[in-house]
Design a protein around this ligand. Structure first.
Ligand SMILES: [Cu+2]
Length: 164
């Protein structure tokens, strides 16, 4: 009978790198899972919109990608987790450009007055806001924050509107 062989655990370069790659892959998967709100549950009607909560952070939306179905009404609850004000504005790339220009032209003390509450909402630091939006066309719609410098910093997301 031979003595049990001792198992050698190598802490060489290769295993460490492999672990790093696996950990990175896991992180990416976790982020992907967290950053998409799947259309689960009942269809959001105008009378009974589906609620999606979006965190406003410096400088991103969480989730950054939202999936809805065409014709669906979504009550967006925007929770500002940051110490800066933010907004959540919905529209096509052209709408985003126009809204961006609006913010660029407006004086600092009017940055909070540029959202209609129909296509977007301004949310003070640590505040919460909400509005309901109906997604009428299949495709992609952009969400953005256009307070000066925020869009450029990457505060942009997407709503994917799927056919029923
Ligand atoms: Cu912002």
């Amino acid at each position: 009978m031979s003595a049990p062989r001792r198992r050698v655990v190598r802490v060489g370069r290769r295993p460490a790198r492999t672990m790093f790659v696996l950990a990175s892959a896991a992180c990416v998967l976790a982020l992907a899972a967290c950053s998409t709100a799947e259309p689960i549950g009942s269809f959001g009607s105008e009378a009974n919109p589906r609620v999606i909560t979006v965190d406003l952070l410096d400088f991103r939306f969480e989730p950054a990608a939202i999936n809805v179905r065409v014709g669906e009404s979504i009550r967006i609850i925007a929770i500002n987790r940051a110490d800066l004000p933010h907004e959540l504005f919905i529209g096509s790339p052209a709408d985003q450009d126009r809204h961006h220009e609006l913010h660029a032209q407006a004086p600092p003390d009017q940055q909070d007055q540029l959202d209609s509450g129909v296509t977007g909402i301004y949310v003070a630091a640590r505040g919460t806001g909400q509005f309901t939006y109906r997604f009428d066309a299949v495709g992609e719609v952009v969400i953005g924050c256009h307070l000066v410098g925020h869009f450029e910093a990457g505060m942009v997301g997407v709503v994917r509107v799927a056919a029923n």
